[in-house]
Design a protein around this ligand. Structure first.
Ligand SMILES: Cc1cc2nc3c(=O)[nH]c(=O)nc-3n(C[C@H](O)[C@H](O)[C@H](O)COP(=O)(O)OP(=O)(O)OC[C@H]3O[C@@H](n4cnc5c(N)ncnc54)[C@H](O)[C@@H]3O)c2cc1C
Length: 222
């Protein structure tokens, strides 16, 4: 509208819709309403303890002022390939609940993005919430954002990663890598995941993974 590419008669501000702004734990899953702000995701004690890589990614988006206004729904429905919340949510196996004239349906977030700036919503329908299954105890995750400037810059590469170790913590039972800004849509790097799956865990862990481990250990304590 600002670019005068479209002219509309009515504009609906979703931010006043009740029941779309929540962060809660339900049946072993985290549910985040589409109207939850990025700042509330960054600072939520529940998200920090249960899925710290998502609060880490939220904290790397724009400025505090932007994060105070921007919602999770807006960040995902914009369908920018560089959206910072997409890679961590993809590797967390998130699902999206969509409401439209035909009813309510739940789809995998992997199927949500269809092209740059395009989602399955195609301008009709609302994203109501994102549902994130919890990770097992022996897991770690992080979000890495590479951008030319340290602050207030879009990702040139955004990488979310989750590693789940097997019962005796010696092998990688499952790995998930979500990539942003390196293709038309955010996506899972499944060939790279297959290389890591089954690999023995290295004796010396990287500082990032150690930090992530500490976060999860703190989670077990709280
Ligand atoms: C200065 C600046 C810096 C930024 N830096 C970053 C950054 O570092 N990383 C990053 O990822 N992004 C960045 N952004 C982009 C910004 O994060 C997104 O634009 C923001 O998340 C949008 O959120 P919003 O709630 O304002 O959505 P809006 O702008 O209101 O909506 C975006 C689009 O999504 C649709 N929409 C919104 N919610 C829903 C819903 N629930 N269901 C269906 N459709 C919906 C709207 O109709 C609209 O088409 C930046 C933006 C600015 C201005």
């Amino acid at each position: 509208m600002k670019e005068k590419e479209i002219a509309v008669e009515n504009v609906v501000d979703l931010k006043g819709i009740r029941g779309y702004d929540f962060i809660r734990k339900v049946d072993g899953q985290i549910e985040i309403g589409a109207l939850a702000t990025i700042r509330s995701i960054e600072t939520s004690p529940l998200i920090r303890s249960e899925i710290p890589l998502l609060s880490e990614a939220a904290g790397k988006m724009g400025s505090v002022q932007v994060r105070n206004r921007a919602t999770l729904g807006g960040n995902l429905c914009n369908a920018a390939p560089s959206a910072d919340t997409a890679p961590p949510l993809l590797c967390l196996g998130a699902k999206a609940e969509i409401v439209d004239a035909s009813g309510v349906r739940m789809i995998s977030l992997e199927d949500f993005f269809v092209g740059p700036g395009k989602s399955v919503l195609e301008g009709s329908g609302l994203l109501k919430k994102i549902v994130v299954p919890l990770l097992p105890e022996q897991s770690a995750g992080f979000y890495f954002k590479h951008s030319p400037r340290k602050m207030m810059d879009l990702a040139v590469v955004g990488v979310g990663c989750v590693l789940i170790l097997d019962g005796d913590r010696k092998k990688c039972a499952d790995s998930r890598i979500g990539l942003g800004a390196v293709g038309p849509v955010p996506f899972r790097a499944k060939k790279a995941e297959a290389v890591i799956n089954g690999a023995r865990s290295p004796r010396r862990r990287s500082k990032r993974l150690q930090q992530s481990r500490v976060l999860r250990q703190n989670r077990s304590r709280t």
